[in-house]
Ligand binder design. Sequence first.
Ligand code: GAL
Length: 666
Amino acid sequence: MYPERPAGIAFGGDYNPEQWPREVLEEDAALMREAGVNLVSLGMFSWALMEPEEGRFAFGWLDEIIDRLHAAGVAVDLATPTAAPPAWFVAAHPDVLPVNREGRRIGFGGRQSACSSAPAFRAATARLVRALGEHYRGHPAVVMWHVHNEYGAPLGECYCEHSVTAWRAWLRTTYRDISALNDAWGSTFWGQTYTDWGQIDAPRANHTAVNPAQRLDYARFSDAQHREHYLLQRDILRETAPGLPITTNFAGTVNCKSTDLWRWARELDVIANDHYLRAERPDNHIDLAMSADLARSVAGGAPWMLMEHSAGAVNWQPRNLAKRPGEMRRNSLAHVARGSDSVLFFQFRASRFGAEKFHSGMVPHAGTDSEQWREVVRLGADLRRLAGVRGSGVPAEVAIVWDWESYWALELDWRPSVDLTFRERVDAFYEALWREHVTVDFVHPSADISGYRVVVAPSSYLLTEASAKNLHRYVEAGGHLLVSYFSGIVDEHDTIHPGPHPGALRELLGLSVEEFHPLREHETVTLTGGDVARIWSERVRPAGAVTVRGFAGGPDAGHPAVTRHDLGAGAAWYLATAPVTGLRELLAQVLDRAGVSRPRGLPDTLELVRRGRHVFLINHGDLPVTVEGVSGVSVFDGVRHDGPVTVAAGAVTVIEAPAAEETPRP
Ligand code: GAL
């Protein structure tokens, strides 16, 4: 269920009016009109004002603000403020303060200062959310509910006494029998056999590595606890204020490791994502695209909401670079191109005090006589012209496997190399595909992937038997699967699949791996044909697969580095190293063989994305780019194009094709 209002693309952001006097709020309403703001998120951190003492609710101040917004034509995404429990509550219940893995209890003074498992926090949450739901039920300005703020960030796992109690209950429900837990955790190793549930602690920091299966389960458990806290609120809102979509904003699809968003997505009416650029990365628009593609994928291809991004600089990175002219517009439109039906910011007006006073806002400290504000107003106008994009799909022929459980497992202690990280491989493949102008979806390895021509599994370390079978069926039916090293190694308990690596994928890939040969830091190896690779080498023994490229140097010189196993109507490709050069060419070879269509001859600074009848052309480079073969009407200036379209340096052009050319979703 996507919010019915506002119509078109939602534009606005987090609004924290409690930080401002009345005159400023009146000015805000006028400025929102000027910029065309039509949606704000309200109340996120306002628990202390909504419930100044236990059981006494004070919504009058909020009513006034909501009425003012309503009069200005601005709809409200109303938040439950549980990410900021008030001082009186924490003082009365100090046991709610989370404890980190090192055993340090977090103090009051930041936010997210209550453990999702703490009974007092759950009880206070329920009381407050019920009061909020009852008070705002049917309010004409409120169009959706926004639960909490960024579950799992900054503290994904809590190690307090309430967490341990809940953990033992979770383990009992999951394993039923303690011997099943001992088997799953391989607890005969280092003599860790448990004879009673009460002996099991959280996997706290230790002077040595802690049982990896225990840690993996703790990651699952902790994620589930946050979800329970969300579901508690969602269910109360459904009961007290029915009919509105309910969401929670993700702390960045690609950046919040602790939340398994495939599981979360089932519980949300609409997917809401926050994205902040890694300011110093020169090509950070690629990271943005990845975050947006993952949000769309988690939404099952449905429209999603960009709930937060920044108009300019953030304040929490080592060096907080302001956005350059045009960058905020490119960022915003890239999210829309990739399926977002909203462009929302943190926050409307920059704060004068508190930890985020150096964070940009739509209205900066410099006021409205500023580049920043002029860009905001222009963006509002652009988005009104893009209203027709709303609801349309983004076709993709290629998918990348993304599994949070594998992410968790891969990055536990004592792996063959510290250079093996989930994001390193996913980013490498995503970037190469982005530069090839290929739009990708992300998929769970057990999902229905039959509609994709190519599926890439960059570092699928944890792969269940069932998922491996799914990939096998995909290839037999004609799919092209490209797997990179250190995939299919362990099952759901971090136990190595029987036999030589990669146990879950040996047959599918038509090979086995006799020995891993991780490389030294900065060491490289050459491949036949001259490309250079790093991080990883291994001894591949083909058993049905043909060698496409070999190692020309390093510990596996003379042995395969890239293989292909033709199976049924498709092929399973394998890459046994991390290419520094040549990854894009290898991918192009797989894409060509699989018949993936994509524009040719464009520079890799030009982002081209199709959404419904619209083609988004986003020029991230310093030179104009001419794109051939795009015809239709340019949405922002109404000019008709039948053939080449030139996009100025740093600019964005959106071409709307006539209705008949609509591209169906795969
Ligand atoms: C987000 C958070 C916002 C704000 C923002 C600053 O992670 O949800 O409340 O703190 O970061 O970039």
